[in-house]
Structures are given as C-alpha cells and as structure tokens.
Design a protein around this ligand. Sequence first.
Ligand SMILES: Cc1cc2nc3c(=O)[nH]c(=O)nc-3n(C[C@H](O)[C@H](O)[C@H](O)COP(=O)(O)OP(=O)(O)OC[C@H]3O[C@@H](n4cnc5c(N)ncnc54)[C@H](O)[C@@H]3O)c2cc1C
Length: 455
Amino acid sequence: MTTRFVIIGGGPAGNIAATYAARLGADVTMIERDVVGGAAHLWDCIPSKSMIATGRAISRTQAIGGMGLETVDIDVDVDGLRSRIEAIKNKMSSNTTGLLESQGVRIVRGTGRFLGPNTVEADGVDGIELFEFDAALVCTGSRPRIPDWCQPDGERILTTRDCYPPHVFPESVTIVGSGVTGVEFVHMFSSFGAKVTLVVSRQQVLPGKDPEVAAVLEEEFMRRGVKLLMGARAVSTERTADGEGVIVRCDDGRSVESTHAVLAIGSAPNTENLGLERAGVDVDSGGYVAINQHCVTNVSNIYAAGDISGKLPLSSVASMQGRKVAEHVMGLHTRSHRHLDYDKAASAIFTEPEIADVGLEEADAFSSGRKIRVTKVPFATTAKSMINNDTQGFVKIISDPATGVVLGGSIVGRQAAELISVIAVAVTAGLTVTDVAESILVHPALSEALSDAAE
Ligand SMILES: Cc1cc2nc3c(=O)[nH]c(=O)nc-3n(C[C@H](O)[C@H](O)[C@H](O)COP(=O)(O)OP(=O)(O)OC[C@H]3O[C@@H](n4cnc5c(N)ncnc54)[C@H](O)[C@@H]3O)c2cc1C
C-alpha cells in the first residue's frame, strides 16, 4: 500500500522531505500557506545574501585601487536592488515548485493544522480539505523573536524581516544582537554607507565562536567605522520626539540614537495553532518540538524538522533533516541510511571577511581535555590572495594527533563559505590530513592554504 505522507510547511525541510519521499514512492501532499521555499526564500537566506552580495560588490569596487584601476563613485539604485532580490526569490521558488510537481508532489495552498493523530486539515483559498496520513512532518519554521521591551513598528524599529525588500537605506542604524544575523546586518548596512552601531551583550561579537575568528571581524568592523557597544544589553527602544529617529537604551546606562534600529536577537518557533495537542505532539517550554535522531516526535508517525526542532537553525540542516525524514518514513533507515550528525554541520557567516567552520572547535577540545593538533596557514602565503588583492584571513585545521583524522576547522577570508566544504567532507567521511594534503588541487587558488594547513 502506498504511504500517505502529509507535510505542513514548504521551507527547506518540507520541500526536501517531499521531493525525496515522492522519489521513494510515497503519495506526498505538502501544505504551504505562503511561498514554496519558505522563509528561507522569502525573508532569510536568499534576500539577505543577495543584499550582502551587492554590498560586497560596493566594497570590492572601492578597493580596486590596489589592482591598477581607478576608484569610481557608486550610486545605489534601491529599485534595481529590490527587483534583483524579487527576481532571485521568484526564480528559486518557481524552480522548487517545478521540482516538487515533477516528482508528483501535490502542493496545497493553505494553512495546515492537525485534527487528530492521523488527520490534517488545510484551510486554503479553495476552502477546507481534510487529509488522512500514515506519516506527517511538521516543519513550519520560525519568526524573529520580539522581546517585551521592544515594539517594532516596521518604519524605524525593525525586525530583520522589515529590511526586505529594501525601500530606503538607513542613514544610521543600531543593530541589537551580535550573533550571526546581527553581524551580517552590520556588514550589509556598513557596505551601503550607513553609520552603524552594534550592541554586543558580551565582550566579544559572535558569542561562543573561536575568539581568534571573532577578533578578525571586530577589527574589520572598527576599520569600517562601526561603533561597538561591548558588554551592553539593550533594554528599551523608543522613537525620538520628532519621530525621525530611534533611541536604544542599554542596561549600563549607555544609549545610542540613530535613524533606524534592527532587532537581531534570535527566533521563536511557529508551533502555535497547529493542533499539535490534538495529535498528541509535545512541545517544550520554548515552543520547540522535541525529536529523536530520526526527527520522530513523541508520536511515532509524526516527524518535526527545521527551525521548530530547536536544533541548528540553518537552512542546510533543515534540508538534511527533511531528507532523513523521507528515508525514515520509507523504511530506508534500516539499510543504507546514515544518521544526521549536527556536530558535523558546516556553517558560514557572510561578512567580509567571510567566516566558516565545521566540526570540533579548538576551545571545546581544550575544555574537554581532548588532545588535538591545530595547524593554521594565513591566506597571505598563497599567490591567489595577492592576485585577488585580498590577503586577509587564514585556514585552521584541527586533527587527531594520533590518527591524523580531520576533526574540524575554521576559515576566515574570501570564499570561506565555499572552501569549508573540503574540511566538511573530510570531517563527515573521516578522512585524514594526509588525504587532504595529497589531493592535487588547483594552482593558483585559495585552496592551496587548505593543502598547506593539512601538511
Ligand atoms: C536573516 C536570516 C538569514 C539567514 N541566512 C541563512 C543562510 O544564509 N544559510 C542558512 O543555512 N540558513 C540561514 N538562515 C536560517 C534559515 O532561514 C532557516 O534555518 C530555515 O529557513 C529553516 O527552514 P524551515 O524549513 O524550518 O522553515 P522555513 O524556511 O521558515 O519554512 C517554513 C514554512 O512553513 C510555512 N508555514 C508555517 N505555518 C504553516 C501552517 N500552519 N500551514 C502551512 N504552512 C505553514 C511558512 O509559510 C514557511 O513557508 C537565516 C535566517 C535569518 C533570520
């Protein structure tokens, strides 16, 4: 009998699960209330990285002096930028829709919710429709977290979602939150010429990251004239009396005024009004759905994946969870299936320089007393970095001193997000530093720093 698989949410977790399960022979229905591709296409990965790429083009153009060219004045065309983002978003969403339909996935436009442990209702433009399922996946994503001390107004006090598509570029902006999203927004707005202040609640941007990596970014921010308010926790945001600005006040008495403020303090899961209680699915006090290593919830035929699972909030992780869910639903986990290991997920921060890492971090190895070998090679040693007129950054590889097995690594510098793939494959496949060092890579290329770090 064909497995009836119903998915609520069409972000990366939902659409990858749908594609794989359909390929494996399931009868798949995906319910999506907004855009196929999810928040990842609509608000997060695609628009933010498109704007960052434009910002990067500005800063690279400003730096062409060192390449034997003359600098030029650059005008930002906000309408052009908006159309570019819309075009990429629409193309990505139509590609995803086309792929799903070609696999025979039925896409239902509407809001999904559970009516019981085997029934989902979709409330859409064509009215209410009921679906019986053998297995269901809930992957409804997350939204920006809004604390009680702040009321975003969509005009001057903004969440990250209010920044897309761009309508105006702030003259000055205060970013609250110095995690991945916060620092990417600092980089983006400063590239577009805004005067930026970053409120950093600890003594380091990117709390929890390798301090050596964070220090490179702090230095770059200072070079760009970004004001860092270290050790300050924002406690209120209010519009100025003339309504033209925003004052962000901090717990240590400091305050900063700018034309706009952006909140980047994390996300909250979309698990309300889904009827999870009717299906018997538990959520924790933060609203996240607990899952086991196969993404199964406390109800054996209901899975959860993506941001609502409270694991790493990354599109890449959501997609891989979706794939593993499809394999489990179709019984493949008993054969060729490899468990998902969140500790081996690569991630990147799209600032300038780019930052990427994977696997074991140096600080974690030291705190657990694990013996490691750390090798670090600056990009400045490669011919390609000089050709690129950008010698900033380094490659760091962490390996087991006894076996040479690659355990992790970090890369700071141009194309770090691409280059980390080599270390990620080595970590996932259990390759040794010799495997990496003996791979014949391209010359001249930044990857030569990788081979040297593996020596
Ligand atoms: C500013 C920003 C930038 C980011 N950049 C990156 C990046 O560069 N790389 C990266 O890997 N990650 C990035 N992320 C994280 C990434 O966007 C998320 O981890 C990813 O979108 C999670 O995927 P998901 O499938 O869980 O949910 P989502 O992408 O949020 O999709 C969930 C979908 O479910 C739908 N939905 C919700 N409720 C219902 C319902 N009741 N019925 C029907 N449909 C429903 C929503 O409309 C949505 O389409 C970024 C996040 C932010 C905030």
